[in-house]
Design a protein around this ligand. Structure first.
Ligand code: ADP
Ligand code: MG
Length: 808
C-alpha cells in the first residue's frame, strides 16, 4: 500500500516536531538545572492518542489555547502529535490533565536521541517500505520515521537503543543496520545471498504438479502444495500481518488473501503458484534493486580504509577514522588518496575521475587540494589532512546523492496519489465481484470468488509504483559515478526537458585564468601604471584582478600603499593612493564618469575585436593607460558545446559582462549560437528571463557563487567546479564536480533517457494492468497469470530502469 499524501505530510510534520523537540530539550534541561521558569515561548511536544477525526485536533487546539499561560498550541491530527508553547514550565506538567478533559490522552515526548539512518535489507517491494514505516511509527519510542524503498534507507528519530530498533524492524520481517560509512563499506563487499526459500517452495510445487499426473494419492499432492504455500508464504504472511495491524493494504496482504482464498476453494495448485511466483518475483526484484543500491556503495568503496602517516620517527599506518587534522599522509604513485588534504611536498598528476568524472589527469603541486578517492598517478606526495573521513568531499557527495535519491520527482508524487486511490477501489470492486453476481443469479459462487481473488491480485499497482523511483535512483547513481550531482528526481526531470542553456563566460566557457597580453601607457612609465593597477586589484576577487597581480609579480613590481578599496560590481574596482582616487575597470567606467576616451577608442576597438578585455587605469580626471587581458577558451568547452548540439539542445547562449567585441570573438570560438554582452550582474537574471519568455526551459551554467541569482532564476541551475566549493555543491540543482563542461552532454542525454524510460515504464505497467483487468471478466485470467502480470511487470520495469545505470 502506498503512502497517501496525508501520510506524507504527517511524516514531515512529525520530523519538524521532532526537531523542535531536540532544540527544546536543551532549553528544558537548562531550566531543570537552574530551577527557573521556562523562557517565554518554550515549546514541548506530546503524543496524543484518542483523536479519531481531524476536527478533534482543532477542538483540542482551540480549547487548550484558552488556558492561562499557554501561548501556542499546534495539534497534528495525522501524526497524533501536539506542540505546546507556554510561559511557565509548570504548565507543561498540567497539560496531560487538561487534555484528558477533552477525552484524549497526552503523553510528553521524550527528546529524540538522534535522527539516525539505518540500512534495511530484505525489502523486496515498495509496499514493504510503507509497511515498515507504519510498523515503526506504532512504537512509542519512535518520533518519526521515513523508509525509502529504492535506497533501502530508514531515517528514524527515536529514543530506543540500536538493538531495540533492529529488533523492531526484524518483527516486520526485515534486517536493519546502522548506516554508518563503515557498515556500508562492509555491506558493499558482501554479495547478495540466494534465497533458498523460493527454491524449496518451487520444488514442492513441482513435486505436487508432477505428482498430480502419477498414481500417488490426491491428498499427498495437496500436502505438497500446502507445504509450498506455507514455506514460500511465511514471510509475506508475516509482513501482511503487520500491514493489517497498522491498517495498510499492501501487496503482501492482497497476495496472502489470494493464496488463502484459493486454498479455501480447493484450488491448491493455484494457491501454491501464487505464492511461489510472488516469492520468485520478489527475490528477483530484490536482486536487481540491490544492484541499483550498489551504484552508491561502489562510490563508498573508492576510498582506502588506511593511510600512511608521517611521524617524527618514520611512518605509521592508521585507520582513516583515527587520522587527525593536519596529520601528514604519504601517498605513493599508484595509490589512492585516503583523505582530503593539501599537498605540502611533491609534484604529481592525479586521476580525479572517481570524483569529477574528468577523463584527463590533473597536474598538482604543493598548495593544491587533493580529494579522497582520487588516484595519485606519478609522483610521491606528502599531503596535509584537511578533512576527516566522515567529512571528505566524497563522503559529502555520497550523502547528497543519497538525499537526492530519496526526493520524490513530480511524476512519482502523482503516481503515488493515483495508487492510493486505485488500490482501495479495486479492492472494493473485488469484494463486490465475489458477492453481487452470484447473488443476482449469474453463475456459481466459486467461479465469482475466484474472479474476485484474481482482481485482488490485480489491485497492487506494484510496477507502476516503482516505475519512477528506480529509474531515478539509477540515473542519479550513474551521474554520481560520472562526477555529476543531480540533487533529486525533480531536477533530473527538468534536465530532460531543457531546450536552451545559458553559460556564464568567464570561468565557465573560458579557462577563467586570464593573462595580461599588453600594457599601454598614456602618461607615466608602464611600471607605475602596473603598480597602481596592482594596488587596486589586490583587493578584488575578479579573475581579471588575478591576471594583473600575476603580471606584476612576474616583473617584481610592488604595489603602493592604498586605502578605501572597493569593488564596482560588473565594472571594476577602486582605491585611494596618496590621497588620490584611482580606478581600474572597463573603459565604460571612465566614460560614465565624464572622461572622454575618444583618443584611444580606436585602439580599444582593435584590441577588443582580437578577444582582449581591457582594463583602463586612471583617476576621476584622466586615463593613465590600458592593460589588455585575454582569457583562453578551453578545448573541452568547444567539444562539449558540439556534443550538446548533437544531443539536441537547440540554443546555447553566452552571458557576459565583457564588451561586445570580445564577446563576439569568444562566441565564435566556442560555437555558442547567441551571446548577450555588457551585462551587469543583475542583467544576467533578465537575460535568463528573456530566454524563458521565448518559451524555453532554460538551464544556466555558472560558477555558483557570482552567478547565484541567475542560477536561481533559471529553470535549472547548474554549477561547475563543485569539488572545490561547498556552497556550489549545496546550492545548485545540478553540480558538475569537475571545473569544466566535459560531463554536461552526458548529463543531458542521461536525463532525457531517464524521462523516456519513466514514460515507457508507466505505459507498460498501466497497459499490463488494464489487460489483466479486461481478461478477468470473460474468465480468461487465472490467478497465476494475475500474479505473473504483477510481479513480472514489476521486474521488467526494474530491469528497464537499470539500463540507466549502464548508460555511457
Ligand atoms: P564576467 O563574469 O562576464 O566577466 P563581470 O560582471 O564579473 O562579468 O564583469 C564585467 C566586466 O567588468 C569585466 O569583463 C571587466 O571588464 C570589468 N571588471 C569587473 N571587475 C573588474 C576588476 N576587478 N578589474 C578590472 N575589470 C573589472
Ligand atoms: Mg563572472
Amino acid at each position: 500500500m502506498q503512502k497517501t499524501e496525508q501520510e506524507e505530510k504527517s511524516a514531515c510534520c512529525s520530523t519538524e516536531i521532532a526537531q523542535e523537540q531536540t532544540a527544546v530539550s536543551c532549553c528544558s534541561n537548562k531550566d531543570a538545572q537552574t530551577e527557573q521558569l521556562a523562557d517565554p515561548g518554550d515549546i514541548k511536544t506530546y503524543k496524543v492518542t484518542g483523536m479519531d477525526c481531524p476536527s478533534c485536533a482543532s477542538t483540542l487546539e482551540k480549547g487548550l489555547s484558552k488556558r492561562e499561560g499557554i501561548q501556542s498550541v499546534k495539534v497534528n491530527y495525522a501524526a497524533g502529535k501536539m506542540a505546546v508553547g507556554a510561559v511557565n514550565a509548570d504548565i507543561f506538567e498540567a497539560i496531560p490533565g487538561y487534555v484528558k478533559k477533552f477525552g484524549f490522552e497526552a503523553e510528553p515526548e521524550r527528546p529524540a536521541r538522534d535522527a539516525r539512518v539505518y540500512q534495511v535489507s530484505g525489502m523486496d517491494c515498495s509496499s514493504c517500505a510503507a509497511t515498515l514505516e507504519k510498523h515503526m511509527t506504532g512504537n512509542p519510542g519512535v518520533q518519526s520515521v521515513r523508509v525509502n524503498f529504492s535506497t533501502g534507507k530508514m531515517h528514524i528519530a527515536h529514543t530506543l537503543t540500536d538493538e531495540q530498533v533492529i529488533k523492531e524492524v526484524q518483527k516486520s520481517g526485515f534486517d536493519a543496520k546502522p548506516a554508518t560509512l563503515r557498515n556500508q563499506k562492509k555491506e558493499a563487499q558482501q554479495s547478495v545471498k540466494p534465497l533458498p526459500i523460493t527454491t524449496i517452495s518451487g520444488l514442492l510445487l513441482a513435486l505436487g504438479f508432477i505428482g498430480s499426473f502419477t498414481a500417488i494419492p490426491d491428498w499427498l499432492v495437496t500436502v505438497f502444495y500446502a507445504a509450498a504455500i506455507v514455506i514460500g508464504g511465511y514471510k509475506p504472511a508475516r509482513s501482511a500481518f503487520y500491514a493489517v495491524k497498522s491498517r495498510s493494504l499492501d501487496m503482501n496482504v492482497l497476495m496472502v488473501t489470494a493464496a488463502i482464498g484459493a486454498a479455501l476453494i480447493g484450488e491448491w495448485f493455484e494457491g501454491a503458484t501464487v505464492v511461489w511466483l510472488f516469492a520468485l518475483g520478489n527475490a528477483l526484484q530484490n536482486r536487481s534493486i540491490e544492484r541499483t543500491r550498489d551504484s552508491i556503495r561502489s562510490l563508498i568503496n573508492l576510498t582506502p580504509s588506511e593511510a600512511v602517516i608521517k611521524t617524527a620517527g618514520g611512518t605509521v599506518v592508521k585507520d582513516v577514522e583515527d587520522v587527525s587534522l593536519n596529520d601528514i599522509m604519504i601517498v605513493k604513485p599508484g595509490e589512492k588518496i585516503p583523505l582530503d588534504g593539501e599537498i605540502t611536498a611533491g609534484l604529481s598528476s592525479l586521476n580525479q575521475a572517481p570524483i569529477t568524472g574528468e577523463s584527463l589527469p590533473v597536474d598538482k603541486e604543493p598548495g593544491d587540494t587533493v580529494y579522497a578517492g582520487t588516484v595519485n598517478e606519478s609522483g610521491s606526495l606528502e599531503v596535509k589532512v584537511t578533512r576527516l573521513s566522515e567529512d571528505t568531499t566524497i563522503a559529502r557527495i555520497i550523502h547528497l546523492v543519497e538525499e537526492a535519491q530519496e526526493k520524490k520527482a513530480p511524476t512519482q508524487a502523482f503516481i503515488d496519489r493515483f495508487a492510493a486511490v486505485y488500490t482501495p477501489i479495486v479492492f472494493v470492486l473485488a469484494l463486490l465481484v465475489m458477492v453481487i453476481p452470484p447473488l443476482a443469479g449469474f453463475g456459481a459462487w466459486g467461479e465469482w470468488f475466484y474472479r474476485g481473488l484474481a482482481l485482488l491480485v490485480v489491485a497492487c499497482p506494484c510496477a507502476l509504483v516503482i516505475s519512477t523511483p528506480v529509474a531515478i535512483v539509477s540515473a542519479i547513481g550513474n551521474a554520481a559515478r560520472n562526477g555529476v550531482l543531480i540533487k533529486g528526481g525533480t531536477f533530473l526531470e527538468k534536465a530532460g526537458a531543457i531546450k536552451a542553456i545559458a553559460f556564464d563566460k568567464t570561468g565557465t566557457l573560458t579557462e577563467g585564468k586570464p593573462k595580461v597580453t599588453q600594457v599601454i601607457t598614456l602618461q607615466d612609465d608602464s611600471e607605475t601604471l602596473v603598480s597602481i593597477a596592482k594596488t587596486i586589484e589586490e583587493h578584488s576577487t575578479h579573475p581579471i584582478a588575478q591576471a594583473v597581480i600575476s603580471y606584476a609579480n612576474e616583473r617584481n613590481i610592488a604595489s603602493k600603499l592604498g586605502s578605501d578599496f572597493s569593488a564596482i560590481a560588473g565594472k571594476g574596482a577602486t582605491a585611494v593612493i596618496d590621497g588620490t582616487e584611482y580606478f581600474a575597470g572597463k573603459p565604460k567606467l571612465f566614460s560614465e564618469m565624464g572622461i572622454s576616451t575618444a583618443h584611444i577608442d580606436e585602439r580599444i576597438d582593435v584590441l577588443q575585436n582580437e578577444g582582449n578585455t581591457l582594463v583602463a587605469v586612471g583617476t576621476r580626471d584622466h586615463i593613465l593607460g590600458l592593460i589588455a587581458v585575454a582569457d583562453t577558451v578551453r578545448d573541452i568547452t568547444v567539444r562539449s558545446i558540439e556534443k550538446l548540439k548533437q544531443a539536441g539542445i537547440s540554443e546555447m547562449v553566452m552571458l557576459t559582462g565583457d564588451n561586445e567585441g570580445t564577446a563576439k570573438k569568444m562566441a565564435a570560438e566556442t560555437g555558442v549560437d547567441r551571446y548577450f554582452s555588457e551585462l551587469m550582474p543583475e542583467d544576467k537574471v533578465s537575460a535568463v528571463k528573456k530566454l524563458q519568455s521565448e518559451g524555453k526551459q532554460v538551464a544556466m551554467v555558472g560558477d555558483g557563487i557570482n552567478d547565484a541569482p541567475a542560477l536561481a532564476t533559471a529553470d535549472l541551475g547548474i554549477a561547475m567546479g563543485g569539488a572545490g566549493t561547498d556552497t556550489a555543491m549545496e546550492t545548485a540543482d545540478i553540480v558538475l564536480m569537475a571545473d569544466n563542461l566535459e560531463k554536461l552532454p552526458h548529463t543531458i542525454r542521461l536525463s532525457r533517457k531517464a524521462l523516456t524510460i519513466i514514460k515507457q515504464n508507466i505505459w507498460f505497467s498501466l497497459i499490463t494492468k488494464l489487460a489483466a483487468l479486461m481478461l478477468i471478466f470473460p474468465g480468461f485470467l487465472t490467478l497465476w497469470m494475475a500474479v505473473l502480470s504483477d510481479t513480472g511487470a514489476a521486474l521488467i520495469v526494474i530491469l528497464n530502469s537499470m539500463r540507466l545505470l549502464r548508460m555511457k
